[in-house]
Ligand binder design. Sequence first.
Ligand SMILES: Nc1ncnc2c1ncn2[C@@H]1O[C@H](COP(=O)(O)OP(=O)(O)OP(=O)(O)O)[C@@H](O)[C@H]1O
Length: 262
Amino acid sequence: MLRITSLVKRYGDGAPVLQDLNLEVAGESIVSIIGASGAGKSTLLRCINRLVEPTSGCIELNGVELTSLKREGLRRSRRHIGMIFQGFNLVDRLTVMENVQCGRLGYIPYWRAALRRYPAEDIERAFHLMERVGIAHYANKRADELSGGERQRVGVVRALMQEPQILLADEPTASLDPVTSRQIMELLQSLADEFKLPVLINIHNVAEAKEFTRRIVGMRFGRLIFDGPPDALDADAMHRVYSGTPAEERGHVHPDILEATA
Ligand SMILES: Nc1ncnc2c1ncn2[C@@H]1O[C@H](COP(=O)(O)OP(=O)(O)OP(=O)(O)O)[C@@H](O)[C@H]1O
């Protein structure tokens, strides 16, 4: 269970990018986060894995308060937070197996990773997961020899190798063609059920969010302004999520707009 309470994030002394944000996500739930560019979706995911330091508020994952963790505690908790990226973030010159084993870096001694002497159980687990997502036959191929969809499957397996308690996916299908994109969304949906994981996906493709996730959260200027099933995301809700500008949100309406509407 992920529980976010009163989360605020400001970069420097700017206006808050996340404003008093509250969100709970149970295990086995796949949740899409939608919202216009700049709404704060990536910042939210980054606050969860502490790539970005929250200004205030609390983020709890399975009872552990992530926001107060330091050094070793943070390192331990981070290894259970699987990240999936738009650009896959693979090491091109490494093989699929080596990339996948990067998911174990928080668990094994450095020398093992450096010498590529991976524990037998990690190799077995990697093959099992690669078979599950259909890339086992590529185990010894270099990552840069794969298609985008195959590379994203490597990214998914790497995240699963972390024994994650949550998966955070930042635009995981934005670099993929429509067919492959749907396959990856379908995969994430089935993995959420199978591994009983909360999965949070930042996504611009609202049609895919509606088709593959049972809960959609809409952000606007750092606030959650929609939280419901796909059916509830009607034209009116879409307008609320996607309309407006940051200036209007602060109550500063441009004079041209006032003139145009007079
Ligand atoms: N490192 C940073 N320093 C300062 N401001 C930042 C930083 N990262 C993001 N921002 C600002 O925070 C706001 C929210 O950005 P964020 O990337 O979280 O939005 P987003 O909803 O993920 O957008 P997109 O859909 O375009 O990726 C934006 O105004 C952005 O300029």
